[in-house]
Design a protein around this ligand. Structure first.
Ligand SMILES: [Zn+2]
Length: 451
């Protein structure tokens, strides 16, 4: 429980928001992340890539959303930088939430997915330099937003856009990456408007649960923020002076439809911006009160690790990706270290007063989680976010694990992991995030997690 004085201060007038944006567009050719099929570095730039920061303070609590135009980052890449920033700004664990847009047209960064691409030494150097630049930009952006905290009025609403399609197509022989119009998908478009006390719109936070994979084919080597960047550009044109910030939803099994060219990213961006603009044009719900955060890293259980025989067999596989994964596991065995039996995953619940409940999970979270959490927390104004903090792999549901296919199974090869997860993963994650949400209730006993 917060002291009464803090609760009394935590009304609309004392919400504070700080914003900042840094450009992280690569300044030369660099390999782009997300597709194993690319054969060379980028050729040109379409949209700028950004790191955008929105710090929200209510009462004594602060959450710093960091939206990053990238396919996915590892814990190892950012955690040292984030730990420094948290210490400098007096923030607790999880208070800086980096959310990757999952654009498949942004640079490869240092991390486990580097093995997905046939990088030469010069390519690896470019990736290292870019990763360093990303850390520096993130540090600057967080500090600038914390220094920019000023009184703000917040409002929430939800729209809808329908270009995301479930991509798990059932064919004879199994589930393939395609289109499944009957499969679950989260079409909601959550919107948070941030106004200055003079009523001008300072920021528009919005989300959508869909892969950043509009662009392929002839535009495979173009640097772009995909539909998310176009949606931002449209919104910033409609609200001059405002910063539009995209926070990715739980769309690990959703693709944009149609897809395949830069033109589709522009069209989907227009549809998404239209959905957001519709919400902004109508009355929205005020959001105010103390910001309460609860954060945890959960060990997600994998099925038994592979035998040495299996690893030695995989080390001779025709696929370079299978060979790389086996080589990494064999190296662990040689060093006398244990093979992974779990994958650590970040979970967070962020509540603003009684008005908004953000439920965030790391990884490529499939839509079943968004559906389930939104049903469960229907009366608490839930906003579900995926790709939060880090992206160690896909996070399948029980159903998706049972069905098999790319997300629960083959994708693990690229992430350097032997899976699949145990089917208990879904109930484990839902029960942990439910516990975190309970800790953020205004009447919950404070255990230090509500900072
Ligand atoms: Zn993905």
């Amino acid at each position: 429980m917060l002291p009464l004085a803090a609760l009394a201060q935590a009304d609309g007038a004392t919400m504070r928001v700080g914003l900042s944006v840094r450009d992280v567009t690569p300044d030369g050719p660099i390999w782009l992340g997300g597709y194993a099929a690319r054969t060379n570095a980028s050729a040109r730039v379409d949209t700028p890539l950004l790191v955008q920061t929105c710090a929200i303070r209510g009462g004594e609590g602060t959450i710093v959303f960091v939206a990053l135009d990238n396919c996915g980052v590892s814990h190892a890449l950012l955690e040292p930088t984030l730990a420094d920033l948290r210490a400098r700004h007096g923030l607790g664990p999880g208070a800086i939430m980096v959310v990757c847009s999952h654009s498949h047209s942004a640079p490869v960064v240092d991390g486990p997915l580097m093995g997905m691409y046939p990088l030469r030494d010069a390519d690896k150097d470019a990736v290292q330099r870019y990763s360093e630049r990303l850390r520096a930009a993130l540090g600057e952006a967080v500090t600038a937003a914390m220094q920019d905290l000023q009184p703000a009025l917040l409002e929430h609403g939800v729209g809808r856009a329908t270009f995301a399609i479930n991509r798990r197509e059932f064919r004879e022989g199994g589930v393939v990456l395609g289109e499944n119009p009957d499969g679950p998908v989260d079409w909601e478009v959550p919107v948070l408007k941030v106004k200055a006390t003079n009523d001008t719109v300072r920021a528009i936070l919005f989300g959508y649960a869909c892969h950043g994979t509009s662009i392929a084919g002839p535009d495979f080597y173009v640097v772009s923020g995909d539909y998310m960047a176009y949606a931002r550009q449209h919104l910033e044109a409609l609200y001059p002076g405002a910063v539009a910030v995209f926070l990715t939803g739980m769309g690990g099994d959703a693709n944009p439809s149609p897809r395949g060219s830069l033109l589709w990213s522009k069209r989907h961006g227009l549809e998404l911006a239209g959905a957001v603009a519709g919400v902004l044009s109508r009355p929205m719900r005020p959001v105010k009160g103390a910001v309460r955060l609860a954060y945890e890293e959960v060990a997600c259980p994998l099925e038994s690790p592979p035998t040495q025989e299996r690893l030695e067999q995989d080390a001779k596989d025709p696929s370079v990706h299978v060979r790389n994964r086996a080589a990494a596991y064999l190296a662990l065995l040689r060093e006398g270290r244990p093979l992974p039996t779990t994958v650590p995953l970040s979970l967070a619940a962020v509540r603003i007063g009684d008005d908004l409940l953000v439920l965030a999970m790391g990884g490529e979270v499939v839509a079943d989680y968004a559906k389930r959490l939104k049903r469960q927390f229907a009366t608490e104004h839930p906003w579900t976010i995926g790709y939060a903090y880090h992206v160690p792999c896909y996070i399948p549901s029980m159903r998706v694990l049972k069905e098999g296919g790319y997300e629960p199974d083959f994708s693990m090869i690229y992430y350097g992991l032997y899976g699949p997860f145990k089917p208990t993963i879904e109930n484990l994650l839902v029960s942990r995030i439910t516990a975190l949400a309970a800790q953020t209730r205004p009447d919950a006993r404070s255990d230090g997690a509500s900072r």
